[in-house]
Design a protein around this ligand. Structure first.
Ligand code: 6PG
Length: 257
């Protein structure tokens, strides 16, 4: 595996609230830079529970009025294969936390159709949605999202890239569906191929339950098929880890850098 050098920065903050606030500030700053160049801002949302409070902050004052949301496009890093109104839906979590509070055109919300009875068709459809959004053709290289938000699980997964699952080895597709034996359920996920084209990747990691895994991911041996978060190395982009002190408690080097 080619371990391309990636400019990796980690910022260690006191607790989850500090991580969420710092992330909100950084997201808005990055968005303002992109929008200031006359481009729309393409943001990939993560699922799970960690980003929920960040989303609530983005949907509240002062952040809710900081951006021209009609120029922001929302994508997802992964989705559970459930209906969009299911409690486990990553789309639903983001919609309830902030998207419903912002005047965002429906056309700017590019959700994965987890409800599709054929997950592989949903994955192909989502790849087409991305390709069409960027005006790309089959065979073109993946586009570069402006910012991708990600988390990690206790097993080192990120998005729905779980240890020893086929998506880790995907070298052509930008979006795949896979049955995750660890969860006994189907997931849709962006692949490392497109994730690593992002201009910026922001991991949010909080809580002592992540501490051991985070130390293995950031400081342990490179074994990405057991620790898929290690696969995320933006080819030309920035990689930033926002970590709270509990999650950083097993790091040898617990300084921000
Ligand atoms: C998902 C997420 C997943 C998440 C991690 C961390 O669909 O669950 O995309 O990759 O980021 O599992 O989840 P928590 O934030 O809930 O710890």
């Amino acid at each position: 595996m080619n371990q391309r050098p990636t400019q990796l920065t980690r910022v260690i903050l006191l607790g989850p609230e500090d991580v969420a606030q710092e992330a909100a500030h950084r997201i808005v700053k990055i968005a303002e830079e992109v929008l200031g160049r006359g481009q729309d801002f393409r943001l990939v949302l993560s699922g799970g529970t960690t980003p929920k409070h960040l989303y609530e902050i983005l949907g509240s004052r002062p952040f809710c009025s900081r951006l021209p949301w009609h120029r922001v496009h929302f994508f997802w890093a992964d989705e559970r294969c459930v209906r969009p109104d299911h409690p486990g839906s990553n789309y639903r979590m983001a919609y309830e936390a902030f998207l419903k509070n912002l005047s965002i055109p429906d056309a700017n919300i590019h959700r994965m159709r987890g409800e599709d009875p054929d997950p592989h068709a949903a994955a192909r459809e989502y790849e087409e949605i991305i390709r069409a959004h960027y005006g790309l053709e089959w065979g073109d290289s993946p586009p570069s999202f402006d910012l991708v938000l990600l988390g990690i699980g206790p097993d080192g997964h990120t998005a729905s890239l779980f240890p020893e699952t086929p998506a880790l080895y995907e070298s052509d597709r930008w979006v795949v569906a896979q049955f995750v034996p660890q969860l006994k359920s189907w997931r849709l996920t962006l692949t490392p191929l497109i994730l690593n084209r992002a201009r910026q990747v922001l991991f949010l990691v909080t809580g002592a339950a992540k501490a051991k895994t985070l130390a293995e991911v950031l400081e342990g041996p490179y074994r990405p098929y057991q620790l898929p978060a290690q696969l995320i190395r933006p080819v030309q982009g920035q990689l930033l880890w926002l970590i709270d002190q509990d999650a950083a408690s097993c790091l040898q080097n617990s300084s921000s850098e």
